[in-house]
Write a protein that binds this ligand. Structure first.
Ligand code: SF4
Length: 312
């Protein structure tokens, strides 16, 4: 994302900024000044960091730039959803979306270029994997959109499996929630996963953010057909992990459930869902499937979706 061989400062944690400051022989307090310029004042160039001496700025400019970037394309739908396309270097791009809902504005960020997981219902899965995004590239998607100031919630649900890029995802959360960073409440951040183990446990221990697990069906064989990753991380093991973790009263746990007509919206599914989730304090988010090319999966009609919801 950054020009030439320079490293981006945006996306560095306070600890990393301290290491950079030490390595360049700058006064220790410069690390906090850098964090302030990057995440509070949100400057786009080192030259704007006016309380750092000109000589020290030149020293930093030799190896670094800020590394922010604007979306290359923006598209607005009739329902107010906006889609942004960000460059991820070369001919690679990732998508970010904002979804308005009453007094909320949720931004949905990508964590990888493409995805390795190959879920049957997902266009990104069909693309294959094209690389990991850095923490800076993740946070930039949230802060470099036109309505960044209005964002109330963040979901890691765009392109890629977030827990397959755990380190950068955790670093981005650090920047978003730390007092030296954007100081956002982790309760406003939700990370979605198909249930990558043991990364899910590391994530739960490392931060306070909400967790959304993609379930899509309570039956393991059926889930394996929809999501090949079920082979590596079976739903039963994922749920066992969840049952063993203390979410406390505040932390959010939810299950994502894309409804496919005639496939996972039967009374048997309702019954099995109730059985396997018994005793787990959580929400189920029903999601309407938007048909994709060359896929046998069908979208449900409103009536059937409502019936399923009522039965649940
Ligand atoms: Fe698509 Fe998410 Fe599955 Fe990856 S894990 S293929 S992004 S649904």
């Amino acid at each position: 994302m950054t020009s030439m061989a320079k490293q981006a400062l945006y996306g560095k944690t306070l600890l990393e900024l301290q290491a950079i400051v030490d390595a360049h022989g700058l006064p220790p307090f410069t690390a906090r000044q850098l964090a302030q310029w990057l995440y509070k004042s949100e400057v786009w160039s080192i030259d704007e960091m006016t309380n750092i001496s000109k000589d020290n700025r030149s020293l930093l400019k030799a190896s670094f730039d800020v590394g922010r970037c604007s979306p290359v394309k923006v598209q607005t739908s009739v329902d107010g959803t906006r889609k942004y396309l960000f460059s991820a270097g070369g001919d690679k791009y990732v998508e970010t979306a904002t979804i308005p809902d009453q007094d909320r504005l949720t931004v949905c960020v990508s964590t990888q270029v493409g995805c390795k997981m190959g879920c049957l219902f997902c266009m990104t899965g069909k693309q294959g994997f094209g690389g990991q995004l850095s923490a800076g590239e993740i946070v930039n998607q949230i802060r470099s959109i036109d309505n960044a100031a209005g964002v109330t919630n963040i979901v890691y649900m765009g392109m890629g499996e977030p827990l397959d890029n755990l380190n950068e995802v955790l670093r981005s959360i650090d920047i978003l929630t730390a007092e030296w960073g954007y100081a956002m409440s982790p309760r406003r951040i939700t990370v979605s996963t198909i249930g990558v183990l043991p990364a899910m446990k590391t994530f739960l221990d490392a931060c306070e953010c909400g967790l959304a697990i993609s379930m899509h069906t309570p039956f393991e064989k059926e889930r394996q057909q929809l999501m090949p990753a079920q082979m590596a991380w079976p739903l039963s093991r994922v749920l066992k992990e969840v049952r063993g973790f203390d979410f406390g009263r505040q932390r959010k746990l939810s299950f994502e459930y894309i409804v496919f007509a005639g496939l996972n919206d039967t009374p048997a599914h309702v019954k099995e869902l109730a059985r396997i989730l018994n005793g787990i304090r959580s929400h189920i988010n029903l999601i309407r499937f938007h048909a994709i090319p060359n896929s046998p999966l069908q979208t449900t009609d409103e009536g059937r979706l409502q019936q399923f919801k009522d039965a649940l």
